[in-house]
Ligand binder design. Structure first.
Ligand code: MG
Length: 384
């Protein structure tokens, strides 16, 4: 029995994780849940799963949840809050696997603390690897703690890497759907509206990641994530646009073999893989290969998607540049959604923030968070 701490339990990855626990009650149980501000769902999850510990964003919300639980006669559950609460969840002695699915750098400290506590981590939060990948992977190696990627591309790569040695890997190929503007003429990019950008062709996701898919900055973050997770250089990672999103990624070996992973586009599969690794439990997630008629691959257009080039540069420089790429993008995407800047203003903002970012390699999580705040301030000042 694996007892889980789920960070970000009310988000889409958190909910999918709970649906897997529901499906495999003999394999998994819930020890701790860390939520944000969704009180109703936090309450429902607490009543359903009876974790030992639950954390909410603020003291006020934690108080409200305690009151609601008392009203329905649910006792013996500790309710905590804030970053400290999330860390308490990720380091709970009763938990033996941590699912890290809080969006943004908010989950960084708790993820780091889980690794330091020796707990295997299923990582769905790519910002953690982008902002602090050097620190997290070093800590994981020192303590021999596995970090199992839940991001679909990296999960595919992880699967493909199991057949060869690290020294035999030539190139990691990340597939990208290309987003909704893959074929839009370049001169129309400045007029793209938030509504158009929020429509993703294959995945239903949160707002920021959907915009990041439209600019391909999401793939840029994944380039950095791949470099850190799999200990390869930026030159060893390439992107191929694959509109069907059927092949989730590929690994090319030095002998010329290329291995690909194919499955349904359902996040429950990478989550189950991470939870069960190194086993493969039988699931109901099947892919109809007989109905597959063709697979398309094409090189990405760096002129249309300047965020890709910015990400490759940042991946190579590492440290502060990766932090700034992520932070500046989040600020720029917010500004785009508020109609303060055009779609093309997103890469422009990131580029300007990166230009003013010194080459540095923060050594602690506190330094990472400070660099993150600084980059956000720079981005906000540029947009003001
Ligand atoms: Mg992905």
């Amino acid at each position: 029995m694996k007892r889980l701490a789920i960070l970000g339990s009310t988000g889409s990855i958190g909910q999918s994780t709970l649906s897997i626990v529901e499906q495999f009650p003999e394999r998994y149980s819930v020890a701790a849940l860390a939520c944000g501000r969704n009180l109703d769902q936090a309450f429902a999850q607490t009543v359903r799963w009876r974790p030992k510990l639950i954390s909410l964003a603020t003291e006020e919300l934690a108080g409200e949840l305690s009151t609601k639980l008392k009203q329905v006669g649910v006792t013996g559950i500790e309710v905590v809050y804030g970053t400290q609460g999330t860390v308490a969840c990720s380091t709970l002695p009763e938990a033996d696997f941590v699912v890290s699915a809080i969006v943004g750098v908010a989950g960084l400290e708790a993820t780091h603390a889980a690794i330091l506590a020796g707990k295997p981590v299923g990582l769905a939060n790519k910002e953690c690897m982008v902002a602090a990948g050097e620190i997290l992977t070093r800590a994981a190696r020192q303590r021999n703690v596995p970090i199992l990627p839940i991001d679909s591309e990296h999960n595919a790569v992880h699967q493909c890497l199991r057949v060869g040695a690290h020294s035999e890997v030539k190139t990691i190929w990340l597939t990208a759907s290309g987003g909704p503007f893959r074929q839009l003429p370049l001169d129309q990019f400045a007029a793209i509206t938030p509504e158009q950008a929020l429509k993703h062709p294959t995945w239903v996701m949160g707002r920021r990641i959907t915009i990041d898919s439209a600019t391909m900055l999401n793939k840029g973050l994944e380039i950095i994530e791949a470099c850190r997770l799999f200990d390869v250089t930026a030159a060893q990672v390439r992107v191929t646009v694959h509109p069907q999103s059927t092949v989730h990624s590929l690994v090319e070996y030095v002998d010329g073999s290329i291995l690909a992973q194919i499955s349904v586009t359902d996040m429950r599969l990478p989550i189950l893989y991470a939870l069960a690794y190194p086993e493969r439990p039988a699931s109901t997630l099947t892919f109809n290969l007989a109905a597959l008629s063709h697979l398309d691959f094409e090189p990405p257009d760096f002129e249309r998607f300047p965020c890709l080039r910015l990400a490759f540069d940042a991946a190579e420089k590492g440290g502060a540049h990766c932090i700034a790429l992520n932070a500046a993008d989040e600020v720029a995407v917010e500004a785009f959604l508020d109609r303060r800047i055009p779609f093309t203003g997103i890469p422009r903002t990131i580029e300007r923030v990166l230009a003013s970012t010194p080459e540095a390699h923060p050594a602690t999580i506190a330094e990472v968070l400070a660099a993150d705040r600084e980059a956000r301030e720079t981005a906000r000042a540029l947009l003001a």
